[in-house]
Write a protein that binds this ligand. Structure first.
Ligand SMILES: [Fe+2]
Ligand SMILES: [Fe+2]
Length: 338
């Protein structure tokens, strides 16, 4: 006796023409053949992020409170300045990512839109993690004094970042996306946040202090690597589609390098002869930042003239961040052992 097997309906070829954009939709990406593929770059990041979920409220900061109380006044000031810059930066990126989510919706890229909702949620968690840390070490008063002395910080976080992101509301096209991504992913996240987190993690590991903060930074670093990979992917797909956009990548980077390095040096400007607490080494920080920026830009440049279909699933931006992670792990292990 033969068994009849229901046949899978053939994918409709008419769905590709449907509009997915909010407010204008006459179709759904998830219902359309091939519009929400698990192997696409943003869906892979989304899956990875779900598997790496963490909860800031589960981290124990009691030893951090004891370590903080035992610091000298200068060390406490430097610690608060770093943590306050990170926390205000996380709040800024939480708020300023929203136009990019809408830009992905306008382009009908549901997978990117889904990934960016996770990305946004992670930025909100990063903000929460720092707030919990400040509360745990007893710094519950106003903290603006720790960022207001740094004019470059103000320039990046109150002007360059929001202006380039909110420009997507007027025109979500490729050139504005590239400017927004270079500003957000490659300057704020790649140059400032990841460099700062790495340096701070290394100092804490070397001294064996602030174990709760070390956990926070490890989790944030993991999240930020996916964020960076998405930024590299987004610039790659635009540069592959239109070679003139490489000049937009390069030009925006040049515009922001001076204020970005100013943010880094501004943190230690107050100390005579550059003798910052914890032996923070500015040259080491700058070298770390420039090495990573150069290699990420190289990954974007390598997309010039590439086939767009391969860019959509090419794992190179993830591999690059994994290589950076492996390099950082080796340095941190050596710092903890020293
Ligand atoms: Fe973040
Ligand atoms: Fe981020």
């Amino acid at each position: 006796m033969s068994t009849s097997v229901p046949s899978t309906p053939a994918p409709s070829t008419t769905t590709a023409a449907r509009t997915i954009e909010h407010g204008k939709r006459d179709g759904f990406a998830s219902l359309s053949a091939g519009r929400l593929r698990a192997d696409s770059f943003p869906m892979r990041l989304f899956t990875k992020g779900n598997a790496k979920h963490w909860d800031p409220a589960s981290i124990d900061f009691s030893q951090d409170a004891a370590d903080f109380a035992a610091m000298t006044d200068d060390e406490r000031w430097q610690t608060c300045a770093l943590a306050a810059q990170f926390m205000a930066g996380e709040e800024s990126v939480t708020q300023d990512l929203q136009p990019f989510v809408a830009a992905m919706a306008a382009e009908g890229r549901l997978a990117d839109e889904m990934y960016l909702t996770q990305f946004l949620y992670e930025e909100a968690k990063h903000t929460q993690a720092f707030r919990l840390w400040f509360d745990a070490v007893g710094m519950t008063g106003d903290l603006h004094e720790f960022i207001e002395h740094n004019e470059h910080y103000q320039e990046i976080f109150t002007r360059a970042l929001p202006e380039s992101l909110y420009a997507l509301g007027d025109d979500p096209g490729p050139a504005n996306q590239v400017r927004a991504s270079v500003t957000y992913n490659h300057v704020v996240e790649g140059t400032l946040a990841l460099t700062g987190y790495f340096a701070w993690h290394k100092i804490c590991a070397e001294r064996g202090i602030l174990p709760g903060m070390q956990k926070v930074i490890k989790h944030i670093g993991d999240d930020e690597r996916r964020h960076m990979a998405w930024g590299t992917f987004t610039c790659r797909r635009h540069v592959a589609a239109d070679d003139t956009l490489w000049d937009v990548v390069d030009g925006r980077m040049q515009e922001l390098m001076v204020p970005a390095m100013g943010v880094v040096t501004g943190t230690v400007d107050r100390w005579p002869d550059g003798q910052a607490p914890f032996g923070i080494d500015l040259n080491e920080l700058a070298e770390y930042a420039m090495d990573k920026v150069g290699r990420r830009l190289g990954a974007i440049e390598s997309a010039r003239g590439a086939d767009l279909r391969t860019i959509d699933s090419d794992a190179e931006p993830e591999r690059l961040e994994d290589r950076f992670h492996a390099e950082d792990q080796r340095v941190l292990a050596a710092a903890a052992a020293s």
